[in-house]
Design a protein around this ligand. Sequence first.
Ligand code: AHR
Length: 551
Amino acid sequence: MERRQFLKNSGIAGAGFVFSGTKAWANYADARIEVLLDEPKGEISPNIYGQFTEHIGGVIYDGVWVGEKSKIPNRYGIRSQLLDLMKQIHVPIIRWPGGCFADSYDWKDGIGPASKRPRRTNFWEGDHDAIRLYEKGPQIFEPNEFGTNEFVRFCKLSGAQPYLAANLRSLPALDFDQWVEYCNSPAGSTTLAEMRANDGFPEPFNVRYWGVGNESWGCGGNFTPEEYASEFRRFTTWIPKYGIDLQLIGSGPNGNDIDWTHRFFEQLYSDHAYHNASFTGWSVHHYASDLSRGKTKDWVSSKGDALQFDAVDWYELLRESNRIEQIIHDQWAVMGQYDTQHRVKLVVDEYGPWYREGTELDPTHIFGQQVTVRDALATALTLDTFNRNPDKVSMATCAQLINNLNALFLAHEDRFFATPNFHIFAMYAAHQGGQALRTEFSASDVQYLRDGESARFWGLNGSASRKGQVVTLTIVNPDLSKTTETQIALRGSRVIRASGSVLAASDMHAHNTFDQPNAVMPANLAVTMSDQLLNVSIPAASVTKLDVVLG
Ligand code: AHR
């Protein structure tokens, strides 16, 4: 099939792009990928591979924190198996303590001797999901066993940097300043530094990343954008620095709420322009939650099920997840109208599918849900989108690390396993710090019937990056039934060798459990090479990673 005809049939918007050396492409290929080595797009920040942990349900208590006296193997109270696997995937940054919890949290409750720390009512006690909890454990009455010291230790042990979310709704700005002082003031310098030393940490934590409120349009205060902008000014006008290059992240929109971003930036930059070099991040939250196919906008009833779903739900979930691309472009365009130098980048610090309750592994796991191969594809296509936009997205944290929405791990008491999402992060870790490369995908759209109407979704997409002589190419095939015979060209250098791995499952509902922890995991994928083209059979419903060594 000719290239022009091929694109016409596929419905791909590939205008202006011409394959070079077309004679080399084989006729039998269903899809073609061209990696343009001479067109770097910028460095992929390792920080887009971050994780989010909140004091909600089973994330901290049961997930991360088992306690120093536990029989469950732990280091300083932190689950050892979790630490080991986090190191494997090079988690660069962890966000904490929320989420909505952050704006009800007093950091001073979580320092000092554990036995003296107060118990407080957790933000989530009134949530619909919490109502099923008959025993009011740490999910409802926060024991504060896990506080700033424990969190920073967790970061150190897992090799990550801390990203703290400050309370803007229910504490004054001075508390924010003093939390920074507790974390960062030099040994012996302040009373708070002495308190930190008494807790066993004389040296400063040097925390660079600080969120200024969370979802300030909702649980973080129900502010208007103008009100939030004025709070943001107040909270960020003076913060002690101690020579640290602080990075402040503002509470951005719900999904693609353009109005929130417009009005915040307008307020911040118009009257008396805001000059603060530390304001470098604008957070975005995008949950793929609405699987109602347009039937309702109700937050609860529009959700689908994590395990019971049909083929249309499969594509709907991927389509909802894929909205992140548009969000990034739209938000970036709005911000650029005010911040013309684009000093402020996007920080997607909550993302993932969100299903209705019912698949949590324990009743205490508020928002806990199972993670199938469908979610692995959603996560992979999201990471690919970040990789393709390295100039715009500086950081991202997946919601959430363990026992929650789009978890990499599920655990209860002494049982623990990695979900398919963990394997995606393992496969994609090679992109961290790589130079993103423009990559063109040409494949027929997937076509399917959605409530009697014909619907489409892209047939193949992904991202590529280069580190030295090694190119990493990741590819998502959303098609539930078609193995896609794919040819890949790397323009601009000779290929010496290539190897592949793939995460796929014949059942779209496949997931790991305590009894079958390895039901979904990557396998090797054969890659052949002919005339400098790579040939690979990409299985249906899969995520592929290729490692290509250049000459
Ligand atoms: O991740 C769960 C919750 O979702 C977070 O606490 C909140 O920020 C968001 O609405």
